[in-house]
Write a protein that binds this ligand. Structure first.
Ligand code: NOJ
Length: 764
């Protein structure tokens, strides 16, 4: 008989079947679950309830400033509800057994991990995944991640990260989908669907966690953990939608962010966690803090001590304390002293137990600790194939002069750069259970694809950076970067370059240069590598740059001097194979940027959907009193939605079904897109709108739809988009989501800059 069935009988026999009013679950729940949890909570002591809201970190991965102690003893004492940073069926079973057979009530534990872009099979970092504009593949990557993670004992992932950001200095831009709230919402939904599937209790699904709630990507100066200050209008329109979309997609949990919002840290922000998230959006899962965020209310200066911090976060709507252990240590006393309402603990505990119930853990606490699955599932051939397909489709071709790409399978190449032979860097940061040993470097991918067809001369050419302080920091944070004599490295590189037909320079950031606590104030390729590129350019050989990085970079020199630039992000386990295939034309790149690449750091924040203003720049640099710089244009280097292909596409004129759109009507926008080049290729056809006159200032363009299509050479296809008045709604100053009649423009094109346009009127 399963625990789920035994437990109520045990409780009934012991006369402890109680459903006190404070336990009464909300009407949303399923009655069987409600009565099961009410019965269980009726049996629990206050300490045991508080134990359920305690999340400890144990194991081989350290993802914050501190690790938890005496975990096994705490599990036995019923002081732990969930564990993270450990996995494998054996490790999970061991701790789960302690909870089931040694703790008084045998309540199963949740097991969490940062499965962010794959678990054992690693996919491109999320910014790369987003660049695929392929929701089916993005969902598939999360599905595979869930299959692998659940086979290794996990039932909860701290993903998706849905923070919108417009600041590439912020290292965590690589963990999200970029700058656009509408697009980010689509990605958020796909990820939640992928992780949670149809049935959270299935053996191959894991619970998602929406993070970081909220506005973490708005960190001032792009510096991680710094303050966020923005208007309600801006946050509602430009930052909140992906969190809301992920809630609506049914994500089971939400993680608070490290920043403050309107002066109140997210972890103590009742408006955010209770009024907005629960009352307005109807979120029914549980809220976990980020790492030690309860404790951090003290340095924030909003809590005077740990007791205050515990009270503030519980009262705000936090249901689980990650690593601080402040709740478990202090809430009981605060309740005894009648400072904290015990009902709050009941609610938090109930929400955590509901998640466990939905995951099927009361039926079978070992459901996710199946050793056979642990052996069979991870890194299967199918998953690696999927990783390769997704990686190829995430790459963005930024430049391709004289069609130098795809390369010909003949002659010789110089494969140069500190990232050319790296297996560790290609899997990126937050690479979960991924192992460098399983990954394919660019050099390996090239050799495998090319065999004896092409002679490959390799050289490292430069250190990732010659900045010794930066190197020291990166290594202190777990990197393995060495420092070799730059002059010697350069000499070897030039020798390799001179005897080759083409130079392939694999340069950019090491994986530790983006991600958490990896903000940069200069976002170019580090100087050591730029010097290398400049020296290589002087050889006169064609120069192809293969970029690896987790953020938009400033690439003015590179764009001016390289013959081609391929953005590969950190492309995952199959990176090397995927990059080789793209370079040699086995796959035609089709990725498009979802974050603007600035010309220089002074342009930041720079994003496509900026507002109309009173003195817009009209293209005349000498028109003094216009919004522009003296020393750089307003244009980014590569706009949102940008990406080339080996083929070319042409767009016909836009055809609108009408010049008017009625209140309950719809408007069709058609355009013919043709492949005018000589390769089969995919194009992401993007549709933007602009509200020309409204009661509040509106963006110059807003993405509202896109279609990704494949066309063979000479093929043309008519595409139709449909707009309804709903697509034209916006938030007014009262934060009401409204429509206003009036003139609009619609734009369709290959990126947010190069578009065809037409006008129409919203009428009623
Ligand atoms: C801190 C990070 O901000 C968060 O994204 C992550 O999930 C937790 N650490 C747990 O590792």
């Amino acid at each position: 008989m399963k625990l789920k069935h035994i437990l109520p009988i045990f409780l009934m026999l012991s006369g402890l079947l109680a459903c006190t009013p404070e336990n009464t679950p909300g009407s949303h729940s399923d009655p069987e679950m409600d009565s099961f949890i009410a019965e269980l909570m009726g049996k629990m002591t206050l300490e045991e309830k508080i134990g359920q809201i305690n999340l400890v970190s144990v194991g081989f991965d350290v993802t914050g400033p501190r690790v938890s102690e005496d975990v096994e003893e705490k599990i036995v004492n019923g002081q732990v509800g969930a564990v993270f940073n450990t996995y494998t069926p054996v490790a999970v079973r061991k701790l789960q057994e302690l909870a089931i057979s040694k703790s008084r009530l045998g309540i199963p534990l949740l097991f969490a991990f940062d499965v962010v872009h794959g678990h054992r099979t690693i996919f491109p970092v999320p910014l790369g995944l987003a660049a695929s504009w392929d929701m089916e593949l993005i969902e598939k990557s999360a599905r595979i991640a869930a299959e692998e993670a659940s086979a290794e004992g996990l039932n909860w992932t701290f993903s998706p990260m849905v923070d919108i950001t417009r600041d590439p200095r912020w290292g965590r831009i690589c963990e999200g989908s970029g700058e656009d709230a509408w697009y980010g919402s689509r990605v958020a939904e796909a990820m939640v669907r992928g992780y949670q599937g149809e049935d959270l209790a299935a053996q191959n699904t894991v619970m998602a966690c929406i993070k970081h709630f909220a506005l973490y990507g708005g960190a001032m100066s792009g510096r991680d953990y710094s303050t966020v200050d923005m208007s309600l209008l801006k946050m509602t329109e430009d930052y909140m939608p992906p969190y809301k979309a992920a809630v609506e997609a049914g994500a089971g949990s939400v993680m608070t962010s490290f920043n403050d919002i309107n002066g109140v840290p997210a972890t103590a922000n009742r408006w955010l966690l209770t009024e907005l998230l629960r009352e307005q959006w109807g979120f029914e899962g549980f809220v976990v803090t980020d790492y030690t965020a309860v404790e951090e209310l003290i340095p924030f200066g909003v809590a005077k001590d740990v007791r205050d911090a515990a009270r503030l976060s519980l009262e705000a709507g936090v249901d689980m304390d990650m690593v601080s252990e402040i709740m478990v240590d202090h809430i009981g006393v605060l309740i005894e002293e009648q400072i904290v309402d015990p009902q709050l603990v009941d609610e938090a505990c109930r929400r955590v137990l509901e998640a466990k119930y939905k995951l099927g853990l009361f039926e079978d606490p070992y459901r996710y600790a199946d050793e056979q699955r642990g052996r069979d599932i991870p890194l299967s051939k199918d998953y690696r194939n999927a990783a390769m397909e997704i990686a190829t489709r995430s790459m963005v071709l930024l430049k391709n002069e004289n069609e130098i790409l795809p390369l010909k399978r003949e002659g010789s190449i110089a494969l140069i750069g500190p990232l050319a032979s790296s297996r560790r860097d290609v899997i990126g940061n937050w690479s979960g259970g991924g192992r460098a040993a399983d990954a394919v470097s660019v050099e390996e991918g090239m050799r495998k694809l090319l065999g004896k067809d092409v002679v490959i001369h390799t050289a490292k050419g430069a250190n990732i950076t010659n900045d010794t302080l930066l190197l020291y920091k990166l290594n202190a944070h777990g990197g393995r970067l060495d420092y070799l004599d730059p002059a010697k490295l350069l000499k070897e590189a030039l020798r390799a370059a001179r005897k080759s037909d083409v130079i392939l320079a694999v340069v950019g950031e090491s994986q530790g240069m983006s991600g958490e606590s990896a903000s940069r104030s200069h976002i170019g390729i580090p100087q050591s590598q730029l010097d290398l590129l400049k020296a290589l350019k002087k050889t006169g050989k064609p120069l192809v740059i293969v970029l690896m990085n987790g953020r938009p970079l400033t690439l003015e020199w590179e764009n001016e001097h390289a013959d081609a630039i391929l953005e590969t992000w950190f492309a995952g386990t199959e990176a090397g194979n995927a990059i080789a295939r793209v370079l040699y034309g086995e796959s035609n790149p089709s990725g498009k940027l979802t974050a603007t690449f600035p010309r220089n750091i002074g342009q930041i924040p720079i994003f496509y959907n900026h507002k109309n203003i009173g003195r817009p720049y009209g293209g005349d640099m000498l028109d003094k009193f216009k919004s522009q710089y003296l020393d750089v244009s307003n244009e980014p280097l590569f706009p949102f939605g940008f990406g080339l292909s080996y083929t070319t596409f042409s767009y016909g004129e836009l055809q609108l079904s009408s010049t008017e759109l009625g209140k309950s009507g719809s408007l069709s926008i058609s355009v013919e897109v043709s492949n005018t080049g000589s390769y089969t290729g995919e194009e992401v056809v993007q549709l933007y709108v602009q509200d020309l006159v409204a009661s509040v200032t509106r963006p110059v363009k807003e993405l509202k739809a896109y279609q990704k299509i494949s066309l063979s050479p000479g093929e043309a296809r008519e595409l139709t988009f449909t707009l309804s008045p709903d697509d034209l709604r916006f938030y007014n100053t009262q934060l009401e989501y409204i429509s206003e009649p009036g003139a609009f423009k619609v734009y369709v094109g290959t990126n947010s800059r190069d578009v065809q346009e037409a006008g129409f009127e919203l009428v009623w």
